[in-house]
Ligand binder design. Sequence first.
Ligand code: 8DG
Ligand code: MG
Ligand code: MG
Length: 148
Amino acid sequence: METGEKALPKVAVVVFVVKGNSVLLGKRRSSIGHSTFALPGGHLEFGESFEGCAGREVMEETGLEIEKTTLLTVTNNVFNESPKPSHYVTVFMRATLVDPSQRPENLEPEKCEGWDWFDWLNLPNPLFWPLEKMVRSGFNPFTNDDGN
Ligand code: 8DG
Ligand code: MG
Ligand code: MG
């Protein structure tokens, strides 16, 4: 950050890629949430739609092609634990695979240990805390939407 520049919240779009009763998670290597299991996703780019960002980030990070991308919810997350504090408004989407037999690839190994499918009723530990908070509150990506 430049001297005198004011820190601002950023917008992240993350995706519950669902297959059967499972969701796609990867163990983070990034400083925020290091060694915790998180969804694929990243920063919303200027002019981008939530759906567009979801599709791009999932493709960049896993090689998977998604469809039926819908908005689930938004959470406000302040990270004081990282090297420098950051603040994300995190948009949670849900999507399915175009080809359910397609396997995830670890395309950004510097940011993630690898991707795998986890049964929603048997999630790994530790989850990245924004996700952990949602799970503990009873949020369910398979049912929390507008019914479509
Ligand atoms: P980019 O350069 O590809 O745009 O960014 P990235 O390196 O992929 O960003 P990221 O850290 O994966 O995601 C941006 C932020 O989103 C992250 O620092 C904190 C917030 N975030 C949550 N929950 C989750 C989650 O479950 N997964 C991911 N990937 N990010 C999350 O609040
Ligand atoms: Mg990314
Ligand atoms: Mg990411």
